[in-house]
Each structure stands twice: as C-alpha cells, then as structure tokens.
Design a protein around this ligand. Structure first.
Ligand code: DC
Length: 209
C-alpha cells in the first residue's frame, strides 16, 4: 500500500532533515526533489554555461536519471542558484513530474520534499507539511553548513542568496513555492531540529497509525 508524505518549504528551513527523519522512523523511501533540479542546474552550467539557454536546458531535463542524484557536486551555492533558475522553466518541471509521481506511488510509503509536492506533484498526499523559518534563521543555518564544508562565503552573501531564491521560487508562474491549503505549517525559527522532527512524526503518526 502506498502512503505519501509531502514536505514543502523554502531553502534551508530544515525540511530535508525532517524528511529524512520521518522516512527513517516509518521505514519510508525518501526523495529530495531539489536534487532533480540541482542535477539539471549542474549539468546545464557544465554543458551550456551561465546563459542557461532554455531549449538546451529543457533537452537536458528529459535525461535526468536516478544515478545522477548520487553526484557529489550538487550542494554548492552556485548549483543552488542554477537549480532555482532552471526550475522556473515549465517544460523542465514537466519533464520531472513522472519521476516524482512514480517514486511517490511505490509500495511501502514515500516521503518527498520540495517546493510543490503538496500542491502539484502529490495533491492527494496522506500528510502535507510546510516547514518554514525566517530568512535570517535559514541563512544562518545555511552559512554554518557551507562554512563547515569549507566553502568560502559570508553571512550577508548567503542571506542575499536565500532571499533571491525565495523570490524566484515563490513568484514563478508555474508551481510556485506555497503551502497547500491542507498542509500543517511547522515554523522552525524558534524550534530545535529535534522538536521539529518530533512534531512531524506526530503529524504523520496521527494519519498512519
Ligand atoms: O531544496 P533545494 O534547495 O535543493 O532546491 C533547489 C532549487 O530547486 C530550489 O531553489 C527551487 C527548485 N525546486 C523546485 O522548484 N521544486 C521542487 N520541488 C524542489 C526544488
């Protein structure tokens, strides 16, 4: 039997951590859908260059495979911005729908995290969570993550990046970042990650039993 948990939210709100913990707790499979857009962004930067010319990007998006998600060069700030840019192109989003819906339909349960899972990809998800936090708190978390990985950056640059991505992800015409009407909103600005995970597990438990 399939059981789908949709987790959406802006960059660095903690949805990845929450999604992984929920998947581990219930034994569900987990798909970080941001990786799909990051693969397209990464390959586009390599093969097309910074122009990210639309037709060429669309052609690349049709070739994304599960193996690409294992690449170890998808988590940089440059790739995040490229991902957010290619994600604006409707044909790119369309090319990635089947992969996500097939993943969601697998037996045994699935957790998908992204921007449009509860609204577009899995509108009938069993549980929908919208994990958010203030831009400053998210930038602080992302800054620490990047610094720990040795990426050279400063807080103001990271905050500007987070705000630029928020604006692009929320204001695009197709599948913008938004909480589904029936989503449970978890604001993690003043919540520890353990508390956010516990709240998410409780919400899923209430539906899954
Ligand atoms: O979650 P992330 O930071 O890895 O996502 C990278 C970009 O991909 C994000 O800025 C917007 C895009 N994205 C999207 O448009 N829809 C999704 N379901 C997931 C990510």
């Amino acid at each position: 039997m399939s059981f789908v948990v949709a987790i959406d939210g802006p960059a660095a709100a903690g949805k990845g951590t929450v999604a992984k913990a929920v998947a581990a707790h219930f034994g569900f499979a987990h798909l970080d859908t941001g990786l799909l857009y990051r693969v397209v962004g990464r390959v586009a930067l390599e093969k097309i260059g910074p122009s990210l010319e639309e037709d060429a990007v669309i052609a690349l998006a049709t070739e994304v495979s599960e193996a690409d998600l294992e690449r170890d060069d998808l988590r940089t700030a440059a790739v995040a911005q490229a991902a957010s840019k290619v994600a604006v192109i409707p044909e790119v989003r369309e090319a990635l729908v089947t992969f996500q819906q097939t993943f969601a339909a697998r037996a045994g349960g699935a957790v998908l995290d992204g921007r449009d899972i509860g609204t577009v990809i899995c509108p009938d998800a069993d549980v929908k969570l919208f994990v958010t936090a203030s831009a400053e708190v998210r930038a602080e978390r992302r800054y620490k993550e990047l610094a720990a990985r040795g990426e050279e950056t400063d807080f103001d640059t990271v905050l500007a990046d987070v705000q630029a991505r928020d604006a692009r992800d929320s204001e695009r015409d197709v599948a913008p970042l938004a909480a589904a009407e029936d989503a449970i909103v978890l604001d993690t600005s003043e919540m520890s990650i353990d508390d956010a995970v516990a709240a998410a597990i409780a919400a899923v438990d209430a539906r899954h039993g």
